[in-house]
Design a protein around this ligand. Structure first.
Ligand code: NAP
Length: 334
């Protein structure tokens, strides 16, 4: 073990709006000692997710909020240091809910094995982890994508969106991304293979998508909600599917979410709009992971991670997800 002490990021107070430095308490702590059934893991990579903002608020959601004083919840990947669970031994590489800390003491049964010969730690939190599963099940199960359809995805340069673009292209679809800024749009077209990308910060999204897909949209994969969702509802084709994956544009200010006022377009187009939580598909992850791993191995799928260093930078790095400062999957190496 390189560290005689653990370093943790705990929730100090519930933020109003964007989390700030005073939201968190960062400290050195004694190394936790695993009890029967527990495992001590050295965390190598921490997943930063837009949903983290929602976990900071009191109230009902798809999982309980992080409690005041608790280590911030986060998915992570790392190496087993000590084990009191027969499933694991020192040196095993794993992922699971490790939290924002350097050393995590967790129940062995909550961990999954990862093979770092296939991909580095951070990729197991990206295309091979929850964002990858979200793209795959959102597009193919919730979106019921058929070969050759037209697809639009927002936050297209991000962890989920970047893979949605590539998976839809692999099914012969015409794909348009929506992203913030020319650099991201270039990435979405040149690296992920979209047919076009609309920069919502400088272009009219409705006009841009409509010019790229004059026949309309079969599947809109929504990561952002708000006004972009509203614009896309006007461009649906008959029997279109709108996949409600997330609504990051509103995560820091739910009270002032704008749109959609025009949801009756769903009626006019006999369309449907459906939300989902990826964890409901956990039993089927191996199916999705196998296709994505094959794509990585043969070069058909490109993975992009935006890796930042230092656990103490967590308060400054997390907000990048809400300002668009990340390119691809945002990961912190503690
Ligand atoms: P990400 O796309 O890598 O990062 C978030 C991106 O959102 C930013 O880079 C930014 O890109 C964009 N964004 C932020 N504020 C915005 C705004 N006001 N308007 C438009 N775009 C904005 O994050 P991710 O991990 O892949 O997550 C994408 C979505 O999937 C999120 O909504 C997340 O909550 C959701 N998700 C859902 C599930 C599920 O089970 N349903 C599971 C995982 C993730 P730009 O620079 O392009 O603005």
């Amino acid at each position: 073990m390189n560290d005689a002490r653990n370093r943790t990021v705990r929730l100090a107070r519930r933020p109003v709006g964007l989390p700030g430095r005073d939201t968190w308490a960062i400290a050195d702590e004694p190394v936790p000692v695993p009890q029967e059934g527990e495992v001590l893991v050295e965390v190598k990579a921490i997943s930063l997710d837009p949903a983290m903002r929602g976990w900071l608020d009191e109230g009902k959601s798809y999982i309980p909020p992080v409690g005041l004083g608790e280590v911030m919840r986060a998915a992570g990947a790392g190496v087993v240091l000590q084990s009191r669970d027969p499933r694991w031994k020192p040196g095993d590489t794993v992922m699971g809910g490790l939290g924002v800390q350097k050393l995590a003491c967790v129940r062995g049964r909550d961990l999954e094995p990862i093979d770092i010969a296939i991909a580095p730690f951070e990729r197991w939190l990206g295309v091979l982890g929850v964002p990858g599963m979200t793209a795959w099940f959102g597009l193919f199960e919730v979106g019921a994508l058929k070969d050759g359809e037209t697809v639009v995805v927002s936050a297209a340069a991000g962890a989920v969106g970047g893979l949605v673009v590539q998976l839809a292209k692999s099914r012969g679809c015409q794909v348009v991304g929506i992203a913030g800024g020319p650099d991201k749009c270039r990435l979405v077209v040149e690296q992920f293979g979209a047919d076009a990308c609309i920069d919502y910060k400088s272009q009219d999204v409705r006009a841009g998508v409509s010019a790229a897909l004059p026949g309309g949209v079969d599947v809109y994969f929504d990561n952002v909600g708000g006004e972009i969702l509203e614009a896309m509802l006007t461009l649906l084709r008959r029997r279109a599917r709108v996949v409600i994956c997330g609504a990051v544009s509103g995560y820091n200010d739910f009270a002032n979410i704008r749109g959609p006022r025009n949801y009756l377009n769903l009626l006019i187009q006999r369309a449907r709009m459906e939300g989902f939580v990826v964890f409901d598909y956990a039993a089927r992850y191996p199916e999705a992971r196998a296709e994505i791993a094959r794509g990585l191995a043969d070069g058909a799928i490109r993975a992009l991670e935006d890796v930042r260093d230092g656990i103490d930078t967590f308060p400054d790095v997390l907000p990048l997800l809400y300002s668009g400062g990340n390119f691809g999957k945002l990961v912190l190496r503690p």
